[in-house]
Design a protein. Sequence first.
Length: 84
Amino acid sequence: YAVGEKVHYFSKSRERWMVAWVVERKSTSVYIIDKQGKGVLAKACTAELLSEAEMRLDPMLRALSALGSEGDDDDDDEDEDEDE
């Protein structure tokens, strides 16, 4: 993934795919992401991320993402999914 690229990660606390942006590439398989563009940084492995194109191409992921966004609120500051 490229720095600045929009990606999706699975939030364990919200039980759905969430939007993030790649901030830094640490190695070939580890990235620093900004969760929801709010400055909440987390370490994520390539296997834990999906690109925007992957989300668009997989109808099941699209459906699950759409279901998860119903009743969504913007109070995401306390997302506890950071992998340290």
